[in-house]
Design a protein around this ligand. Sequence first.
Ligand SMILES: CC(C)(COP(=O)(O)OP(=O)(O)OC[C@H]1O[C@@H](n2cnc3c(N)ncnc32)[C@H](O)[C@@H]1OP(=O)(O)O)[C@@H](O)C(=O)NCCC(=O)NCCS
Length: 170
Amino acid sequence: MEVRRITPADWHLLRELRLASLRDAPEAFGQRYEQAAAEQESEWRSAARASSSGDRRAWFLARTGDAAAADALGLVQARRRPPSDCLVFSMWVAPAARRGGVGVALIDAVAEWARSWGAQRIVLWVFGANEGALRFYERIGFRVVPEGPDAESGRAFGALAMELPIGHPA
Ligand SMILES: CC(C)(COP(=O)(O)OP(=O)(O)OC[C@H]1O[C@@H](n2cnc3c(N)ncnc32)[C@H](O)[C@@H]1OP(=O)(O)O)[C@@H](O)C(=O)NCCC(=O)NCCS
């Protein structure tokens, strides 16, 4: 299995994986399948391009690395929120690949990218009813953010904010 940052040429894979995730787990995400399916090719191309380099935003894709197989396994989106937070969205692993460490590998890739521009923590939101994802994030070190703007904005749509410190103390 390999996890790598998206390239501009991967726009079709981004579309395929994102639509698969919204079909598979509509309850886990804030966007509706129909909304994503209606997006123009130019929007996917532009998202892939903008996320392929630099420290503003990134998508990471997990694949088997086996060219003969239907090899897309999962994806995650990360965005820089200055000064030092990395926000994570759209995390999904294909059902057949779950519990095999793909989720951990995706978060590791995000953390490596985020550390490269000095992030101190990863922040994400998970719907309260999404027990599996909550267990996953807790297992890998995330904790619920009890109060503050991220906790409040999450609460407004039934989600918990979670954080993982990733900074190295000076
Ligand atoms: C949450 C999700 C990304 C986890 O991906 P994954 O590749 O299965 O996770 P990993 O294999 O890296 O899991 C690492 C550890 O987390 C824990 N874990 C993962 N999924 C779990 C679950 N459903 N229930 C309880 N613990 C879980 C386990 O301890 C696991 O280690 P183990 O399998 O050796 O016991 C995946 O289940 C998924 O895509 N769910 C649907 C979409 C979704 O909810 N996304 C999150 C939106 S916020």
